[in-house]
Each structure stands twice: as structure tokens, then as C-alpha cells.
Design a protein around this ligand. Structure first.
Ligand code: AHR
Length: 300
């Protein structure tokens, strides 16, 4: 069963408390864990929230069930990070019919429902892919690239792929999904090392899959970061440590710590105030010149 925490049985305590149902898609990566911590640290009782948080364990049916439960509980606002883009039409229509505003978090939806959400907050995934591609084009223009994709059909996968390939698509010689996890990233890289013996650069759609790739590469006696270059997205502490250790070559940031901005948005939405349709979380990018001090000071 999906894990549920927080809430308090679905009844609002006090007139100003905002009842929020948050459906997180899973706990698949360091990024996701940091994002969940940031959400929970900001949607607190002290901040005026009554939060019901449900982890869907990367299963869309769990998310849809959680969203329906939120409708039944009569929450004030529904926030959710959709695991993939499609398949939400019915439940989004039901939420709309129940007159509950939706705040979309991190990933995006592809739906036939008109005006399915009030506002969205997250990163520009396409730009992240472009940034990664530009670094490759500049530094390794002849690279033979294996693309380690995230969860297929997720906004993070489709848009990072699109952005990356718009710059160095001709260099991609193979692809497979590692579902944004370390274990599946490792397994996909093991298979790729056998299938594409001349690959010399991996673009992993997140740090965790890149960390799995390091294990697979080292097991063959090759040197990650040297024999096979690794470019990733996220910039969580473990990823940046791999960069300092010269096993990753370049990391495009995707910052998960936007719970404070999310809390402000939800307050405005609950109060019926006007909000921007989208809020882009600002990202940076890092190469091997970052310092150990910088990594040690990283909070996620
Ligand atoms: O949707 C954001 C992505 O999801 C992160 O890059 C990845 O680590 C997570 O699983």
C-alpha cells in the first residue's frame, strides 16, 4: 500500500488552516527524497497547513487512488507530481467537478481536460537537456553517446531527451531507460557496455542512474569519467561528489528544494488570489572545477 503520513484524519483544525493533499510520485532518487523533505518542511502546521502526504511508489494507479481519496476528504488544494504525462483525464475531470484547485509540482501532464491546473512549479527540463548537449558538443564533439533515460513517458524524460538531442542527437548510438533509479541505471549500463562496445559517453537523465553506471563501468575495469565520460542531471550531493572524484564530467542542476515557493503558491491559490501559470525553478550547471567544500555544504 502507498505510505501515508501527516493529515490528521482529513478535518481542518482552525479556520485558516489549509487542507492540502500532496501525491508524491515515489522515492526513486536522491532528488525525490530531497524534494519530499523540502515539501514536508514547508507545508507544516506552524505554517498553516494540514498536509496529507502520500507516496505512490512510482505507480500511476496509486497516484490516481490518492487523488480520489483527496476528493473524498474534501481538501482545499490538491498538489501532485505526476509520474508520467498521460492517463490523468478522468481523475483531473473529477477533481475539476469537485471544484478543487490543482497545483502541479515538478512534472507536467498531457491531458484533454481544459484548464486542468491552476499553476505549475518545476524545472525547465528541455533547457536542462540543451545545457547538457551544449557541454558535450563543446568538449566531446565526436562522442559516441549512450542515453540513459528516466521513467519513459515522464516529462523529465521526454523533455530532457528532446533538449539534448536537439544539440547532439546525431551522436547518440544507443538508449535505454533506467527508470531514474540507481539499480536500473546500473543494469541498463551493463547491457549497454555489451551492446555498444565503442560508446564513450553516457548522458544519464539523473544522478542516481549515473551513479549506477559508475558501478557497471568499474566492474569491467574501465574508468568512469575517463574511458567513458558521464554527464548527468540533478546535482544532489552524491552526484556532485562523483564530479569532485572525477567520475562524472558534467552535472546540470535540477534543484529539488522549492518547498518554500510551493507553500507560498498554495497559500495564494487557497485564498483565490491570482498566480502565475508557471514558476520555473532556477538551475545552474557544474563541471569538475567545483570544490569539496562546495559539495560538503550542499544541503540535498
Ligand atoms: O522529475 C525530476 C526528476 O525525477 C529528477 O531529475 C529525478 O532524479 C527524479 O527521479
Amino acid at each position: 500500500d502507498p505510505a501515508t503520513t501527516g493529515g490528521g484524519g482529513g478535518s481542518s483544525q482552525g479556520g485558516d488552516t489549509i487542507k492540502v493533499g500532496f501525491s508524491q510520485l515515489g522515492a526513486e532518487s536522491g532528488w525525490r527524497t530531497a524534494n519530499t523533505e523540502s515539501v514536508k518542511a514547508n507545508l507544516t502546521k506552524e505554517n498553516g497547513f494540514d498536509l496529507t502526504f502520500v507516496d505512490a511508489q512510482q505507480k500511476q494507479e496509486n497516484q490516481i487512488k490518492a487523488l480520489r481519496d483527496f476528493i473524498d476528504q474534501g481538501v482545499d488544494v490538491i498538489a501532485f507530481s505526476p509520474v508520467i504525462e498521460t492517463g490523468w483525464d478522468e481523475v483531473l475531470q473529477d477533481i475539476k467537478d469537485a471544484d478543487i484547485p490543482v497545483v502541479l509540482v515538478d512534472r507536467t501532464v498531457d491531458t484533454t481536460v481544459a484548464d486542468p491546473f491552476v499553476t505549475w512549479i518545476g524545472a525547465d527540463f528541455t533547457k536542462e537537456g540543451v545545457t547538457a548537449g551544449e557541454w558535450v558538443k563543446e568538449n566531446h564533439p565526436d562522442a559516441k553517446i549512450f542515453e540513459l533515460q528516466g521513467t519513459m513517458g515522464s516529462g523529465a524524460q521526454t523533455n530532457r531527451q528532446e533538449g539534448f538531442r536537439s544539440v547532439v542527437g546525431d551522436n547518440v548510438i544507443g538508449e535505454a531507460s533506467g527508470n531514474f533509479t540507481r539499480a536500473e541505471g546500473k543494469a541498463a549500463t551493463e547491457a549497454a557496455l555489451a551492446a555498444y562496445p565503442d560508446m564513450d559517453l553516457i548522458f544519464a537523465h539523473n544522478d542516481d542512474m549515473g551513479l549506477g553506471a559508475i558501478e557497471a563501468i568499474e566492474a569491467t575495469g574501465k574508468k568512469p569519467g575517463v574511458d567513458i565520460k558521464i554527464v548527468t542531471v540533478d546535482g544532489v550531493k552524491d552526484g556532485l561528489q562523483a564530479l569532485v572524484d572525477k567520475k562524472f564530467n558534467y552535472v546540470v542542476e535540477c534543484n529539488p528544494a522549492f518547498g518554500d515557493q510551493l507553500a507560498e503558491l498554495i497559500k495564494k491559490v487557497a485564498a483565490g488570489e491570482q498566480v502565475e501559470k508557471s514558476t520555473i525553478v532556477v538551475d545552474e550547471a557544474f563541471d569538475q572545477t567545483i570544490t569539496q567544500e562546495f559539495v560538503d555544504s550542499r544541503t540535498f
